[in-house]
Design a protein around this ligand. Structure first.
Ligand code: GDP
Ligand code: MN
Length: 380
């Protein structure tokens, strides 16, 4: 789950990482009030789950409360890379002498948290990694040993931060960010920019924060922050239906039983020269209800031109799934062709059921590859 900047900063604050004081506003009027309370100048910041807000006109300085109202009016409703701004964060403006970058993320390669620090902050980190790789200091932390201050010092020297007062503050922030990362079950905590003010104060001016979905049950407060309106409407609909669904950008809708088979199905469609429209896992069952729910989700995606229904019967019996498909077709009006591959327990019975019913626009193929090829062909 990705957090908005203001939510990430709320967590930073709990862990003692310095941030500016701020208020959330959903109307220009609230923005003016917030600016009055905080005292000008303030900065008005679009709250959307995407980066590059500054460049897109979603971050603006305001001289006074009236100006904050005006800036909020300009930013609210703005479309930033497909994300419409419904909320703005008003915070006390900071003076910036330097912009650094600090993050901790989970490195799946080494299976360790990875810190990155550079004095080239403010820009996209990918750009620094590409154009100026030596400026980016990296540090892996052993999860069992935990974070040690000497490691933080190594990171700071690596990045070339040489002012002792800055070193001390950055070291403190690194330690707190590590605690924050671990205790919040985060996948990413990124501060870009981490600024140094003309007075030499170091603080987090932005926050990009991702919490591991599987750990949300341990953080009910964070889980409660989920903004269903910001999520992909199809994914939200799928969640409501209890269907595991991830939207992709191709044309072949995919439905499998079990995460492993569904993933292989995605691969096979690519091998067959097609592009998957989604990943959808029916789970262990295969009841008509489950099939209807999944098909309802998939067919809502207008990009879907054909559906590849891939079932391997283990505990799930293929005859039951076949009946589920027929029942689903009887209940729903599906305009795109469906290719079915059934294998495993009672596969013959399942295929016979489908062959006898012979619904229009339904194709049964014997193997996964044959089915993928057919689905790709039908999507073209
Ligand atoms: P992003 O573009 O989505 O990463 O949004 P940021 O929160 O990082 O803000 C973008 C840029 O706006 C920063 O890099 C700063 O240069 C500028 N900015 C943000 N807040 C302030 C502030 O309080 N004072 C000043 N002077 N500039 C700010
Ligand atoms: Mn930023």
């Amino acid at each position: 789950m990705d957090l908005y900047e203001y939510q990430g900063k709320e967590i930073f604050k709990r862990f003692g990482i310095p941030v500016s004081e701020g208020r959330l506003a959903t109307t220009p009027d609230e923005a003016r009030q917030a600016a009055e309370e905080l005292g000008a100048p303030v900065v008005v910041k679009a709250q959307v789950l995407t980066g590059g807000r500054g460049k897109a006109g979603g971050v603006k300085l305001a001289e006074n409360a009236k100006d904050a109202e005006q800036k909020a009016r300009e930013i609210l409703g703005l479309d930033i890379r497909g994300h419409v701004v419904h909320k703005v964060w008003i915070e006390t403006a900071s003076e910036i002498a330097k912009e650094y970058y600090l993050s901790v993320t989970f490195d799946r390669g080494t299976k360790k948290p990875l810190f990155m620090l550079t004095t080239q902050g403010g820009v996209e980190i990918e750009q620094v990694a590409e154009e100026n790789p030596e400026a980016l200091a990296r540090l892996h932390v052993d999860a069992l040993e935990g974070f040690q201050p000497y490691q933080g010092r190594r990171l700071i020297y690596g990045a070339g931060i040489d002012d002792p007062a800055e070193q001390k503050q950055v070291l403190d922030i690194i330690g707190k960010l590590y605690r924050c990362f671990v205790q919040t079950d985060a996948m990413l905590c990124e501060i870009n920019p981490l600024i140094v003010t003309p007075d030499g104060e170091v603080k987090a001016l932005d926050s990009k924060f991702t919490v591991d979905d599987s750990a949300l049950y341990r953080h009910p407060d964070v889980a409660g922050w989920r903004d269903t309106s910001a999520a992909d409407p199809l994914e939200a609909f799928a969640r409501e239906k209890g269907v595991t669904y991830v939207k992709l950008d191709g044309e072949v809708g995919i439905l499998g039983n079990g995460a492993g088979l569904s993933m292989s199905t995605v691969d096979v469609v690519v091998v067959a020269g097609g592009r998957p429209a989604n990943f959808c896992d029916l789970g262990g069952g295969g009841s008509a209800e489950g099939v209807v729910d999944a098909l309802e989700v998939i067919t809502r995606d207008e990009q879907v031109k054909s559906i590849f229904f891939n079932i391997f019967g283990g505990i799930t019996r293929c005859d039951e799934v076949a009946r589920g498909i027929l029942e689903a077709l009887a209940r729903m009006d599906i305009s795109v062709p469906i290719v079915v591959r059934l294998d495993g327990t009672n596969a013959d019975e399942g295929r016979t059921i489908l062959a006898e019913a012979a619904p229009p626009n339904l194709y049964v193929e014997p193997t996964m590859l044959d089915a993928a090829k057919r689905a790709v062909e039908l999507a073209a």
